[in-house]
Design a protein around this ligand. Structure first.
Ligand code: HEM
Length: 217
């Protein structure tokens, strides 16, 4: 139970991060200056002078890494326990009618993390750029990278994995935390899970698609 709660809370923290990240990306529609100002602000004076300039991003990164680490640790431990308790996968399948998203949480989670590593190498470390060059202003970098059609396609596919994971994870997290108590609660929870997943998909993809179609340049 402790591990399930840990997985639920760390998962919800990450969903919170994604909603903020998505909102931040939409600032690209306000123009290069607004977007670059926002991107630089993230790394400079948040909470200054409460903490020294530039510290916030590192505290935040440490916090996110801990959340990701604990999420994967609890998932792996629960998986191992379930396998020991129920060694034949057929038996497990027979007992539960699961959705596609529920059955693909583990593989989906791995693909999600795999592409996340690429994403960080691309935009944060600027090591795997396909059209941009390291040191470009954030707006120019994003526009350069998403002017390549297959990059937009790759992100489109990755986000399907991310949002499916979130759709099921959101539902599971609130179930673990005790919100799934009646048929009505289940319907509301299911609706909210879909809304968050679809909102994130559209909110994230709208900017790369706008670049590819020349709306943002
Ligand atoms: C179309 C979708 C996305 C776009 C266009 C995008 C864009 C960006 C950009 C430009 C940065 C670099 C910020 C900077 O260093 O100035 C960034 C950082 C990051 N992104 Fe994304 N992102 C997307 C989706 C995602 C998703 C789905 C995840 C997580 C599953 C994610 C996780 C992160 C993380 C963890 C960082 C690093 C923050 C840091 O510097 O510590 N992003 N993203």
């Amino acid at each position: 139970m402790v591990l399930k709660v840990l997985m639920a809370i760390t998962g919800l923290i990450m969903i919170g991060f994604l909603l903020v990240h998505m909102y931040g990306n939409l600032k690209a529609f306000l123009g290069p200056e607004e977007f670059n100002h926002y991107a630089h602000w993230l790394k400079s004076d948040i909470l200054y002078p409460l903490i020294p300039e530039g510290w916030f991003i590192w505290i935040f990164r440490f916090f996110m890494l801990a959340a990701i680490g604990l999420h994967i640790y609890s998932a792996a431990t629960l998986w191992r326990r379930a396998r020991i308790a129920n060694p034949t996968p057929y038996e497990a399948k027979k007992t539960l009618a699961q959705t596609y998203a529920a059955r693909t949480m583990r593989w989906g989670g791995l693909i999600l993390v795999g592409f996340l590593v690429f994403h960080l190498l691309q935009f944060t470390m600027q090591r795997t750029l396909v059209a941009g060059t390291s040191g470009m202003e954030p707006y120019d970098l994003v526009v350069a990278e998403f002017s390549v059609w297959w990059m937009v396609l790759a992100y489109g596919l990755w986000l399907v994995t991310v949002c499916m994971h979130i759709r099921h994870g959101f539902w599971s997290a609130f179930t673990t935390l005790g919100a799934n108590t009646s048929a009505k609660a289940r319907t509301v929870l299911n609706g909210c899970a879909w809304v968050v997943a679809i909102l994130l998909y559209i909110g994230f993809m709208i900017m790369p698609v706008a670049v590819l179609t020349g709306v943002l340049h």
